[in-house]
Design a protein around this ligand. Sequence first.
Ligand SMILES: Cc1ncc(COP(=O)(O)O)c(C=O)c1O
Length: 369
Amino acid sequence: MRIPFYTGEHQNQRLEAKLNERLRRVVQSGSYILGKEVRELEERIAEFAKVKHAIGVANGSDALLLAVQALELEPGSEVITTPFTFFASTACIARGGHKPVFVDVDAKTFNIDPSKIPASVTSKTKAILPVDLFAQMAEYDQIIPIAKEYNLKIIEDSAESFGMSYAGLTAGSAGDVGVYSFFPTKTLGCFGDGGMVTTNDDRLAEIIKKCRVHGSGKKYHHDYIGMNSRLDEIQAAVLNVKMDYILGDIEERAKIAALYKGRLQNIPQISLPLIDSKASPVWYVFSLQCENRNALQAYLQEQGIGTSIYYPIPMHLQECFKYLGYKKGDFPVAENLCDRALALPIYIGMTEDQVDQVCGAVKSFYQRH
Ligand SMILES: Cc1ncc(COP(=O)(O)O)c(C=O)c1O
């Protein structure tokens, strides 16, 4: 039995009748961009994330760009962030005209290590951009006081962390501004690209609403140099259907993660993901750290099991960020994770037998290596 790294097939089968009905209504409505479905989704997500404003945009990467733009930081400001993330988290800083300044991550949580932030603050530092990676949010109980002390804004890259919370804070609500990605593989995913910006700040919300439509509040009057980053009705309709089941989906992911944890204990060559005691996780990604990672991945592939490496190259060693002047060895924890991380399949409808098959293959690999 082949096990893909991700498939939306089972979830879509379960929801087929509801999706068909809702999508049919959109087709018949004649309204395809920023309409009724988007407004409904924005209201539901604002309530779910416990924020005042949720603003639908075209994808999570744009959500980050809009978040950075709305903060109106002085050009060339330094923004402290993590090198162990998806490209968009760093790109938004550079594309906003600012300088990414990396701080290493915590080996246990994979998130930015708050204790290392103060040493990187300079007179040019204006914001921190933590990323809530894989299953848990960053340590905002430490990050927020640091931001207050140095008068820094917080841009929460919560693209992966829908439904998570940390010390009473919901993902997307921990910073001045947060973002979600609704890329299909995400915990809440649509049938293409989709994203959202979240904030409690009325002024930021107003700027972002304008900037997603070319910086215009009134047609053909442009207050900002914005972009075209609007959420489609079709994507919002899919997300509205999935929102009805989101808590059950989160629970199902938790059960799969618990099965993995139970079956993969006591294999000396792997470390299982560790969750901070203040975090309430959502298992978007189940990532191991393992010895002989590339050979394990190839072996699993031969057994018909899909896996993914999040992330093979840290941001400070990417070609396009060479100009920042970092070198190999600057962030050893992140670099080590890039060499050892391997994400196992996790998706709605994954069965216990499939988890057994994956775990059996991992064990048989290490019996030989
Ligand atoms: C941490 C992180 N930030 C940003 C993004 C960008 O989101 P999108 O793919 O919707 O543009 C992603 C999603 O892949 C992500 O994982």
